[in-house]
Design a protein. Structure first.
Length: 202
């Protein structure tokens, strides 16, 4: 995630997953060869430059059980939205969009004098995305699927499609678009064709 003067990089994983600290150190060493010289400082091997590099982590309230979305997140004098409501995509942990939209919907409900209207608002806007992602998460986070996904993800066309799929971009008519694109993307993955070469085959 790019910030004004730095980047946040790292991994999102389930609580209790082993080896994540080591994986983060490996990622740093591969992308920016160097070493920690003192707390919060990383020395780049190529240039010798010392840059800020601080490790931190936080809990993302991502639901594994879709039934948790059945619970109310508003009442007579209160409203929960964003992370407080657990409105984080269960697949990839993204929650900024739902946080911003949830805040707007909460304000709308409060301005009408009835915070409980938020239940109706958020469910009509993005509850389907949450339920779908919670159900899909258990299907895609399997060793075989992940191995195949990472292998296919090295192909630009398939990487984009897999990213869109996990973000829930393929809905309704867009699903047809996915199945239309898939054969061409597989050709690219299997034979190494570039986008222009695939177009020439049509």
């Amino acid at each position: 995630f790019p910030k004004s003067d730095h980047y946040n990089i790292g991994y999102c994983y389930n609580s209790g997953t082993p080896g994540m600290r080591e994986a983060l150190d490996k990622l740093l060493a591969e992308r920016w060869p160097g070493e920690f010289v003192r707390n919060g400082k990383w020395k780049l091997k190529d240039t010798g430059e010392i840059v800020d590099c601080k490790k931190f982590g936080s809990v993302i309230p991502s639901y594994n059980d879709p039934k948790l979305f059945d619970e109310p997140v508003s009442g007579k004098n209160w409203v929960l939205c964003g992370d407080a409501a657990g409105h984080v995509n269960p697949i990839h942990g993204e929650g900024l969009n739902h946080c911003a939209l949830g805040g707007r919907l909460a304000a709308k409900a409060i301005s009408k004098g009835d915070p409980t209207l938020f239940e109706q608002y958020w469910r009509s806007h993005y509850s389907r995305d949450m339920y779908r992602a919670a159900n899909t998460k258990h299907k895609i986070y399997k060793p075989f699927f992940m191995k195949v996904g990472f292998a296919l993800g090295r192909t630009p066309a398939l990487f984009g499609m897999l990213a869109d799929l996990t973000r829930g971009e393929y809905k309704g008519k867009a699903t047809t678009n996915f199945w239309f694109k898939l054969p061409l993307a597989l050709i690219q993955a299997l034979f190494g064709f570039k986008h222009k070469e695939i177009k020439a085959l049509n």
